[in-house]
Design a protein around this ligand. Structure first.
Ligand SMILES: [Zn+2]
Length: 162
């Protein structure tokens, strides 16, 4: 059987993320492959790669999108409450939690838009160094509650500077 991970254009990125401990379900959704294939590939075919995050501005934006999706899940649970498989409510709706979730969504969205615009302008040589540095420090402050996304942004910055 042909392994969709072995033959995936982003194989290195998938393997790097696996060795960094990212979850199979998240990776399956991110790279649009069956979750079972990821488990099989990791067990049978995975090359040994150093733990490092391969990233690019576009990948960073994907990471931010994932953070945003997680925040939307919090919003939905806080709005409707949480139920077990028998339909018994195990957490009541929580307006405060819902507002906190929405605030996270807003912050993430603002950061996504800023990052996308500024990376595009910086690459096109339209943003002076000083303005870019000021902006990147603002983005990093905004991302402090999301260590994984923050790390990805820092890596992306290093890549742009290289
Ligand atoms: Zn494979």
């Amino acid at each position: 059987m042909i392994c969709p991970i072995c033959n995936h254009a982003d194989r290195t990125d998938i393997e790097t993320r696996l060795s960094a401990g990212e979850g199979h379900r998240v990776l399956a959704a991110m790279f649009m492959v069956p979750v079972n294939s990821i488990a099989l590939h990791q067990k049978e075919h995975s090359a040994q790669v150093a733990v490092q995050i391969v990233t690019s501005p576009s990948r960073t934006l994907l990471d931010l999108e994932r953070v945003e999706l997680d925040a939307w899940v919090v919003v939905k649970m806080a709005k409707e409450g949480v139920f077990d498989q028998h339909g018994k409510m195990i957490a009541a709706p929580d307006a405060k939690l819902m507002l906190a979730g929405l605030d996270q969504v807003r912050k993430t969205k603002e950061t996504q838009v800023k990052l996308a615009k500024e990376l595009a302008m910086f690459k096109a040589g339209m943003v002076p160094r000083e303005a870019f540095d000021r902006l990147t420090s603002l983005i990093q402050v905004a991302l402090e509650p999301f260590p994984e996304a923050l790390r990805a942004v820092q890596e992306a910055m290093a890549e742009v500077e290289a």
